[in-house]
Ligand binder design. Structure first.
Ligand code: WQD
Length: 340
């Protein structure tokens, strides 16, 4: 069975393509390579033995989108990752984010309608909850105001799909990722930050390998067990497998409605300092970091209640924080070897 993956050369997209292929799916990858490298396709091939069909187009171009999807009308589903995802950049360039993330979604949904694609899985984010007023966060936790234009594009995206699902026969799943980290155990694929990393873990590994001078911990005076912020760090391979299970859930018609929402987190909150400690333990080296001021927009703590995905999708996290940190470090070393 064929599945179309948009944003498939990206971090989570490439890991999901590997998982889909290893579960018997034929994959068609669409990407504009704006924030990813075509290298991901050969990394996927090294792991699975097969390079996915690749269409190099911008989903903001409706004609190009229709042209490509019309060639894959037999696809059993679309998994839509393609989007810009830097919280900081979205604050500086809101129009870029609203245009790119919303227009591309509108075009791909128009193609779902035009070509009767039966299933649609959307890459959403825990950032849709904003400053959640309860922990752990469940799928029913009230959404607060989005803390960034990026998060707002994910809230808008979910609403668009919800209203689309009311009038179309396609089946939809929204997956809300917490903090994806790590890399495939083979070290053939991983996150390739295009310029300065935005997120904690790539910043840690780039500091450790010498690409960055020093990590700054953004605040250790929060009301948490060690003063640093708490997040739900989840191995990217666990996130990837959840997409395969979500698509199979729809294919087996196990869904209770034509739009379902699932949190993808480990259910465990971990602090910044605990992530650093885990890195030092698995890498065997001290990390050069300093404590700095808080970062605007940071929530103190957020972590998932992942029961619904466990029960309804049969999904279980396989990797620990230490597995993720070791794989992230091995990937950083591999990127240096590959000159990425
Ligand atoms: C994590 C913690 C920082 C860098 C991310 C994505 C967002 C969404 C949720 C997918 C925070 C601290 C960071 C540094 C630090 N994912 N930190 N020094 O902000 O939770 O959001 O996950 O949709 O798109 O951006 O992740 O990795 O930026 O920060 O102390 O140099 O690490 O303050 O507490 P965040 P992050």
């Amino acid at each position: 069975m064929k599945v179309i993956v948009t944003g498939g050369t990206g971090y989570i997209g490439s890991h999901t393509i590997v998982d889909l292929m290893q579960n018997g799916f034929e994959v068609v990858c669409i990407d504009n390579l704006m924030r990813s490298k075509e290298y991901a396709l050969s990394g996927i091939e090294k792991i699975t033995g097969t390079k996915p069909v690749f269409h190099y187009i911008d989903l903001c171009n409706k004609d190009a989108t229709f042209d490509v999807i019309s060639g894959h009308k037999d696809a059993v589903g679309i998994i839509h990752f393609a989007a810009l995802k830097s919280v900081g950049e979205s604050v500086e360039q809101p129009l870029l984010y609203y245009h790119n993330n919303v227009d591309s979604l509108l075009n791909i949904l128009a193609a779902v309608k035009e070509f009767d694609i039966p299933n649609f899985v959307f890459s959403s984010s825990c950032s849709v909850y904003g400053n959640a007023d309860e922990l752990p966060v469940t799928e029913h936790t009230l959404m607060q105001k989005a803390e960034s234009p990026y998060a707002h594009t994910k809230q808008i995206g979910e609403d668009i799909i919800r209203n689309f699902s009311k009038v179309h026969s396609s089946q939809h799943i929204l997956l809300r990722y917490f903090n994806p980290i790590g890399a495939h155990p083979s070290s053939f694929i991983g996150e390739i930050p295009i310029d300065k990393p935005n997120n904690l873990v790539p910043y840690i590994t780039q500091t450790a390998i010498g690409k960055m001078q020093q990590l700054t911990v953004f605040g250790d005076d929060y009301e948490t067990r060690d003063g640093s912020c708490i997040r739900d760090y989840i191995h990217v391979c666990d996130i990837a497998h959840a997409h395969t299970l979500a698509l199979q859930h729809l294919l087996h018609k196990e869904n209770e409605s034509n739009i379902e929402v699932f949190n993808l987190g480990t259910g465990m909150g971990v602090s910044v300092l605990e992530v650093i400690e885990a890195f030092e333990k698995v890498s065997g080296q001290k990390l050069n970091y300093t404590i700095g001021p808080r970062r605007a927009g940071d929530v103190v703590a957020v972590y998932a209640d992942n029961t619904k995905a466990e029960v309804r999708l049969g999904w279980k996290c396989q990797y620990s924080l230490e597995d993720a940190m070791l794989s992230a470090w091995n990937w950083e070393l591999k990127m240096r070897e590959l000159g990425l």
